[in-house]
Design a protein around this ligand. Structure first.
Ligand code: ADP
Length: 585
């Protein structure tokens, strides 16, 4: 970050951010408020903006540096009072629906409840809306005959279908789902179609299989039969989608839709926020729900801490929707529950790419009213976690994953748990996503690529040998690996690791490498809900007045969430939760 500060003889007159490489959106609240606060209070003691702490500190450090250059007293400015917050905090009140959490699930629930006639308050404990939904790539998996019309079917993709149909029955529901897919597959084969086979049921079967048959089939079917409707609803509410339908990492099939002009969850959050505000949803930031109010087994509201630190109570006539996200940012919780499932080694030491708000509050509040928890031990690591914060795309179609020895070691189109375990076994727990100019410029503007190279966030070489030198990988090994990869693309058959998804070769220089290391990404477990997004208690009964959606819930994804299934899950069940709550008596 580059900052320019103008001083008079005894004051800070102006603070300007000249240039920065912070993540757009996440850093915005800090960039918008910290410079003004420094000038207003003539202080370097202003509070960091929650959710944008690193950006806040970067600004304060840069201004401190300028103060030193100007011969000022940094310590005195740090000690100067930085004023009281004068935010209008949420007061105790009554509303139809209270939504807790302002990520994708919460915004979707709030909008849906308001569109169904309810008065709605949404609270978000951080200084900005968005949660993990804002940070993610926004990939949205859905069956979409129109969008997938030009995606081809290949021999190796047919093998994938046949393999899942040949899986032994694990339950009656699984057998029924398989029978549905078998019928569609038989019809497809006799139809003479050459474009991609897909259906809500095939999406459901892949989701169930990828979670080792531990996901709830009925909940998965509710998800996959509603995703297309959710996609269209988002479009109506201002989200723009790219025409290309592809496969993001761990998505297993060409059904990932991405927003345009940027592939980013931030665009979904922005559209939903606008739509929610237009539908009269009242939004309160810096407002944290602490506990639920339980009146004779029915949830009738919540106790919250408002932006001024006061304790207030909101009574919700129709109910409370928990949309507080997962617990990846809560080291104690992830360490405890990891023992019940994945047993990832050193999970307490791994980083996370989650919002600091992902501390499992909804799960803790739910436990207070006897909510049932499911699948808590299943914690997803994100294999594609950039070491430098840079990156090109989350698509795996035309990318090879190569280790420090210059060799491929895994099927790039595989499940995220397999990719993560594979990566953790490599030297330095690091690997490189290698792609060529064709792929890189398809995914990202040239200026953005150049900028990232200049900041050392990604690496670029005119030839593979040059790139190998830059990332410290043996050049001959990298060249041989990519030559072999290109042969596999041309053959289009499953390879030794089981990769079946092939698109373009890696041939056109310059070549790019992005270094990745796994981090804690998604917590699959959480509150058990039914198809109407009502929370169930430990006896399997509905808890009146309590709804939940998104990452705070469990039971859909089984042991491993399919990449690109989280956003449709949060938004679809958010939409359902809002509608169910609004219809409550
Ligand atoms: P999802 O994808 O399920 O919507 P997100 O991570 O996108 O999950 O959003 C969850 C949001 O909920 C985050 O912005 C987080 O800060 C917020 N949140 C978590 N706990 C609370 C709480 N106790 N009160 C208010 N907001 C909360």
């Amino acid at each position: 970050m580059k900052v320019s500060v103008t001083f008079t003889a005894d004051a800070i007159e102006k603070v300007e951010i000249v240039e920065h490489a912070e993540t757009g959106g996440i850093s915005d609240p800090a960039i918008e408020t910290i410079p003004g606060a420094i000038v207003e209070y003539q202080s370097l003691g202003v509070d960091a903006v929650s959710g944008a702490t690193l950006t806040s500190e970067a600004i304060l450090n840069a201004v401190a540096d300028c103060v030193t250059q100007a011969g000022g007293d940094v310590e005195a400015l740090k000690a100067a009072p930085a004023g009281e917050k004068t935010v209008e905090g949420l007061q105790s009140t009554t509303v139809d629906v209270l939504v807790v959490g302002g990520g994708g699930a919460g915004l979707s629930a709030a909008l849906s409840a308001a569109q169904n006639g309810a008065s709605v308050i949404l609270v978000e404990k951080l200084a900005a809306l968005g949660g993990n939904t804002f940070r993610c790539g926004g990939a949205f998996n859905t069956y979409d005959p129109e969008g997938q019309a030009s995606n081809p079917m290949t021999e190796s993709l047919s093998t994938t279908v046949e393999n899942l149909l040949a899986h032994e029955d694990v339950s009656e529901e699984h057998a029924a789902l398989k029978a549905d897919v078998q019928k569609q597959w038989d019809e497809y084969k006799t139809s003479g179609r050459t474009n991609l086979f897909d259906s809500p049921e095939w999406h459901a079967l892949q989701t169930l299989d990828a979670g080792d048959y531990l996901g709830n089939v009925s909940q998965i079917r509710t998800l996959t039969t509603n995703t297309l409707d959710t996609l269209h609803w988002l479009t109506e509410n201002g989200v723009n989608w790219s025409d290309e339908v592809s496969t993001v990492v761990g998505a297993l099939w060409n059904r990932s839709h991405q927003t345009t002009p940027d592939a980013s969850g931030a665009q979904i959050v922005a559209a939903l926020e606008n739509a929610a505000r237009a539908a009269n949803v009242q939004i309160f930031l810096d407002t944290k729900a602490e506990s639920l109010v339980n009146s004779n087994g029915k949830v009738t509201g919540a106790v919250l801490t408002n932006a001024n630190g006061e304790s207030v109570t909101v009574t919700a006539n129709k109910g409370v929707i928990l949309a507080t996200g997962g617990f990846a940012a809560n080291v104690e919780m992830r360490t405890k529950y990891n023992e019940e499932g994945n047993k990832w080694e050193n999970i307490d030491k791994l980083g996370t790419n989650n919002t600091p708000g992902a501390t499992g509050d909804g799960i803790t509040m739910g436990l207070g009213v006897d909510a049932n928890l499911v699948g808590m031990g299943w914690i997803q690591l994100m294999p594609l976690n950039s070491v430098s914060g840079g990156g090109i795309s989350g698509y795996v179609n035309s990318t090879a994953f190569v280790n420090q020895e210059g060799k491929r070691y895994v099927a790039e189109d595989g499940r995220r748990d397999v990719l993560a375990a594979g990566a953790l076994a490599q030297t330095n727990q690091t690997f490189y996503g290698i792609c060529d100019n064709k792929e890189a410029t398809l995914r990202m503007a040239q200026a953005a690529l150049d900028g990232q190279v200049a900041y050392g966030m990604i690496s670029r070489g005119e030839t593979l040998a040059e790139l190998a030198g830059i990332i410290g990988v043996p050049a001959d090994a990298l060249e041989a690996t990519i030559a072999e990869f290109n042969d596999l693309v041309k053959a289009g058959k499953p390879d030794e690791f089981g990769r079946t998804l092939w698109e373009n070769t890696i041939e056109e220089g310059p070549f790019y490498a992005v270094a990745f290391t796994p981090c804690v990404h998604h917590t699959m477990g959480g509150l058990e809900i039914n198809g109407s997004a009502q929370v169930l208690n430990t006896s399997g009964e509905v808890i009146e007045g309590l709804y939940a959606a998104g990452e705070v819930t469990g039971g859909i994804h089984g042991t491993n969430r399919v990449g690109g299934n989280a956003v449709p899950d949060a938004l679809t069940f958010g939409k359902i939760a809002g509608a169910t709550a609004a219809a409550a008596k």
